[in-house]
Design a protein around this ligand. Sequence first.
Ligand SMILES: [Zn+2]
Ligand SMILES: [Zn+2]
Length: 178
Amino acid sequence: MVFAYDSEMALQSAVELVNTDGDPDDLTSVADLDEFYDRWRYTGRHERTSAEVTSVRALRPRLREVLTADRDAAVKLVNAMLGEVRLRPELVRHEEYDWHLHAVDNSAPLAERILVETVMAMVDVIRADEISRLSVCADESCGGIVLDLSRNRSRRYCSTACGNRNAVAAYRARQAGE
Ligand SMILES: [Zn+2]
Ligand SMILES: [Zn+2]
C-alpha cells in the first residue's frame, strides 16, 4: 500500500468521479450518483436530488485541477480548499474502514465532503512526495486521470479500454513498419 487505505479509496473515488466527465458523461442522474455513493461506501448526508447531482458534477473540474497539479500548485489549491470549508476533524470507524479522519461533519453536503476527502488524501500525497502517482492518461484522445498505486509504477492508462486500444494501435504500427 502506498498510502493509508482510506486515502487510497478517496483518491480512487475522486479519480473515478473526474473520469465520469467524458463523452459520454457517466454522471448525469440521481441513479448514477446513488450507484457511485453506494459503491464507494460513502456515509452521511445524501439527498438524492438533482441539485445534489449538479453540485457533484460541478466538483469534477475542481478535483481534476488538484489531482493533475504539480506538487507546489497542488499545495496552493489544497490550502485554498481547506480555507473554504468549516473543518471539524473527527476520527471515525465505519464499514470496512478502520480509524480514519473525517474532516467535516457527516451532515455537510455530499459534494463538500467529497471535496474535503480528496483534499485530505492529497495532503498525504503531497507529504509523501508521491504526486507522480497521478497523471493524465497516455491515450492522446482520452484526458482521463490515472492513479498509479502499483509497486513498479507501470500504469499509464486510465482504463483497460484505453490500454487495449493503444496496445492494438502500437501492434498495427509495428506491422505496418515491417
Ligand atoms: Zn469514512
Ligand atoms: Zn484513458
